[in-house]
Design a protein. Structure first.
Length: 360
């Protein structure tokens, strides 16, 4: 990212749910500031809740360097609107970097140093097992323009500027034909977007052989859960990899309540050990891949603004399966016997967490 930002000649547009003022964030901020002082169009779009712990001075320094900075749905903005709680609940969860018309980055990674190391130089010597596990993509080629359009639409929406309604096939999440394709989808509420839920339903419904999930937060709800359970009835083999120790314990409890139901359908469920799994990956039939910022929970599926890429490529599917297989080698496979052996209190807490899954 830093190399590409320093090589920029026209623009650098950055969107991130979390942009911390730690070693990694400061390194990116310095690179952006250098490009802004060189006269480039540099923009930073961050989420006000995601960056709630960040000092306002961090973003003020960016503005002083000439960077256009916007906080999505800040508290002052939200409470000027009605109903306030509805807008507060809609967060910009996207992670997107566009450099000129040359390179774009997207996936599940926030701009935060999860290793706990305090200087950027020290992070370069860390082992590969340090920090969180994530999947992020660097894209080069003609499709970068479409990623830039997605950023611009979200930027305009956040500033209250007119945004054209997407065509019906896009909102219905219709998939492109061809042996190798790339499609980007803006997910969010309203007719200007599609819904991540609609996209996942279409892909799960079309699965014929296998579904592989590597998800930080795995809480499928509504139609997504129904299609997932029906996939088993068609003979689809389903693997699910989730964190062994989540950064959001209540989500992990709700997911564990679902284990019994999945295991009875002969799903393979794994909990990744030692490192927090933050990936947002789906591979369908070793052919279709979903990458981006969307988890498989109610917030991502229905409420948040997300950026998703649907890529049809056996080569990429093979690479992602290799990554997931590596996660599985570092995982504990969950059994039905293990679920049934959980104490009555554990199962009660899991059930209570599951009962509020739409609000987690």
């Amino acid at each position: 990212m830093l190399r590409d930002i320093h090589a920029a000649r026209q623009r650098v547009w950055l969107e991130s749910y979390i942009f911390l003022d730690d070693a990694a964030g400061q390194a990116v901020a310095d690179a952006l500031a250098e490009r802004a002082r060189a006269g480039l169009d540099v923009r930073v779009h961050y989420d006000a809740v995601g960056c709630m712990s960040v000092s306002s001075v961090f973003f003020q320094h960016m503005q002083e360097a000439g960077i256009k900075v916007h906080a999505f749905h800040s508290f002052w903005e939200v409470f000027r609107r009605f109903p306030a709680l509805r807008f507060l609940n809609r967060r910009n969860h996207r992670k997107l970097l566009v450099v000129d018309d040359r390179v774009a980055y997207f996936g599940g990674m926030n701009l935060v140093d999860q290793s706990g190391i305090h200087t950027y130089v020290e992070t370069e010597a860390l082992p590969i097992s340090a920090g969180w596990r994530d999947v992020h993509v660097r894209l080069a080629g003609p499709k970068v323009g479409e990623a830039a359009e997605s950023f611009d639409r979200c930027w305009r929406l956040a500033h209250g500027l007119p945004v054209q309604k997407r065509p019906k096939p896009y909102r219905q999440a219709r998939l492109a034909k061809g042996e190798e394709t790339i499609q980007f989808f803006d997910s969010g509420p309203g007719g200007k977007h599609t819904r991540a839920a609609r996209l996942f339903v279409r892909l799960i419904r079309g699965a014929k052989r296998s579904l592989t999930f590597a998800m930080a937060y795995f809480l499928p709800v509504g139609r997504v859960l129904r299609e997932l359970l029906r996939a088993h009835q068609r003979g689809v083999f389903v693997r699910v990899v989730v964190p062994g120790e989540s950064d959001v314990p209540i989500v992990q409890r709700a997911t564990r309540h679902l284990y019994g139901r999945l295991l009875r359908k002969r799903f393979h469920v794994y909990e990744r050990q030692r490192s927090m799994l933050h990936s947002k990956v789906l591979v369908v039939d070793d052919e279709w891949c979903v990458l981006g910022s969307s988890n498989l929970d109610a917030r991502s599926l229905w409420y948040h603004y997300e950026f998703l890429a649907v890529i049809r490529s056996r080569t990429l599917a093979g690479a992602l399966n290799a990554i997931v297989n590596e996660e599985i080698t570092q995982s504990h496979r969950i059994t039905l016997r293990e679920c049934l052996a959980r104490s009555r209190w554990q199962r009660l807490f899991d059930r209570l967490a599951w009962s509020v899954r739409w609000w987690l």
